[in-house]
Write a protein that binds this ligand. Structure first.
Ligand code: GDD
Ligand code: MN
Length: 425
């Protein structure tokens, strides 16, 4: 690859969980720039990764890259990266951005073609970034770029999160209609009712202009819906100190806002989801994935029916009339195949989608099979101990054994058969 090509190549789109890695885990390959070189370079951590999410901003892209670069070049030269994350805009924003790369060495461009949406765009950009501080700014120049420097220094002075706010001193909106102001404040109020401990921590929870210390969100899986990424960061991160800097939300000069009624619905969904995950059930869920376990149980039940049906077909004198042991072995294996199919497509669907291909699938199947067979042995063993040694009634003993083995099967399969490893990504 020639140097020029290398300079203008797009960032690979991270896949899998929306989780930021620790700075210490950053490898040179994650920049996408030297993934083909055989000599591993030292990790290239920088102070600041600034993500600019864009959708149809081709009229603004040159101006925003120019102004952000000159600001940051003057204050932290070469110690930052500017990451444009474009969702394959029909107006070719990503192409215009890519064309600027030779001129701006700190500029990176990501073009997403599968996943969409503002919040996930921001997280994917941060994932690809190597900064100790992660920031976001709109790509339409509505956020005054200079405020960046104030936000940066707030973090350097110890804040975990620095938020550009329209509702503190020095903040405001340029010429919003009464209706728009009302909607914006209404949304904030709704947030205060549903999620007071999160939304109430900042004066402008709707802000899309902020930065956060990487260590405050690293390792936490994000799961935002829609536009309001700040709420997600506040809700799931380890945010202790918060700083706010006033800014005046500028009018858009070029292009159009992407906000429609859909964003209001998504906002409500997002609030409710965060609320649930922070409630008692959510906390329990972090220790034990209840939903997944229930699905696993339902699949197990379907397996019992498969087992019974196959046993009948093979063993019953009115059908094939095979010997009992031989029939049972086939019946059990049929149940295992059935269960694997449903678990792979449903119970652990999110995990299998990260490990595509027939070979990986077969590996999961082989592991599942072994785990279930060991489970069967355990089942017989437990039944014997409970019945013969502890004198438990045989039906009750069987029930206890089944329950324990179901837990075993679930847990080992979760951690062994479907576990996503580094090499899967
Ligand atoms: N990659 C990507 N994907 N970018 C998107 C998408 C998307 O689906 N939707 C919007 N963007 C980009 C836009 O191109 C722009 O750079 C930025 O995200 C904000 O989108 P706008 O549509 O301009 O939003 P706005 O001006 O109404 O809202 C702004 O103000 C709010 C405060 O009232 C944003 O800054 C919000 O984040 C902020 O909360
Ligand atoms: Mn805008």
């Amino acid at each position: 690859m020639s140097i020029r090509q290398q300079q203008s190549s797009l960032l690979p789109v991270p896949t899998g969980a929306l989780q930021i890695s620790d700075v210490s885990e950053i490898t040179p390959a994650s920049t996408g720039l030297n993934s083909h070189s055989s000599v591993p370079k030292k990790t290239n951590t920088v102070k600041f990764s600034l993500v600019v999410p864009t959708y149809n901003e081709s009229k603004n892209i040159t101006a925003i890259v120019e102004v952000l670069s000159s600001l940051l070049d003057a204050s932290i030269p070469e110690d930052y990266e500017l990451i444009i994350v474009d969702d394959n805009s029909p107006d070719g924003t990503w192409e215009s951005a890519q064309a600027l790369m030779p001129e701006y060495p700190q500029l990176r461009v990501m073009r997403r073609t599968e996943e969409r949406g503002l919040s996930t765009a921001v997280i994917r950009g941060w994932q690809a970034g190597n900064g100790q501080i992660l920031g976001v700014i709109d790509g339409d120049l509505q956020h005054p770029p200079k405020v960046l420097l104030q936000l940066l220094s707030a973090i350097e002075r110890g804040a975990d999160l620095a938020v550009g706010s329209r509702h503190v001193e020095g903040g405001g909106v340029s010429s919003w209609s009464a209706v728009r102001r009302f909607l914006s404040r209404g949304a904030q109020l709704l947030g205060l009712v549903i999620l007071p401990q999160v939304v109430g921590r900042v004066s402008d929870p709707m802000s899309g202009y902020f930065m956060v210390r990487r260590s405050a969100i690293a390792g936490h899986t994000m799961s935002p819906i829609g536009y309001k990424i700040l709420i997600e960061v506040l809700g799931r991160g380890n945010i202790d100190q918060i700083a706010e800097v006033g800014y005046v939300f500028q009018e858009r000069r070029e292009g159009e806002s992407k906000v429609t009624w859909k964003q209001y619905i998504e906002y409500l969904q997002h609030l409710l989801k965060l609320r649930l995950s922070r409630g008692r059930i959510g906390r329990l869920q972090q220790q034990f994935p209840i939903g997944r376990f229930l699905r696993f149980g339902a699949v197990g039940l379907s397996g019992v029916f498969v087992d019974m049906a196959v046993l009948y077909l093979l063993h019953d004198p009115s059908t094939l009339g095979w010997g009992l042991t031989r029939s049972k072995i086939f019946a059990a294996e049929a149940a295992i195949i059935n269960n694997f199919f449903w678990n792979d497509a449903w119970t652990f669907a999110d995990m299998s989608s990260q490990q595509r291909g027939w070979r990986k699938r077969f590996k999961r199947f082989a592991k599942f099979n072994i785990v279930c067979l060991v489970g069967l042995v355990l089942n017989v063993l437990l039944l014997n101990i409970l019945y013969n040694t502890l004198g438990v009634h045989y039906q009750l003993a069987n029930l206890i054994a089944i329950a324990l083995v179901t837990f075993w099967n679930f847990w080992i399969n979760l951690k062994l058969s479907w576990r996503v490893t580094e090499s899967d990504n």
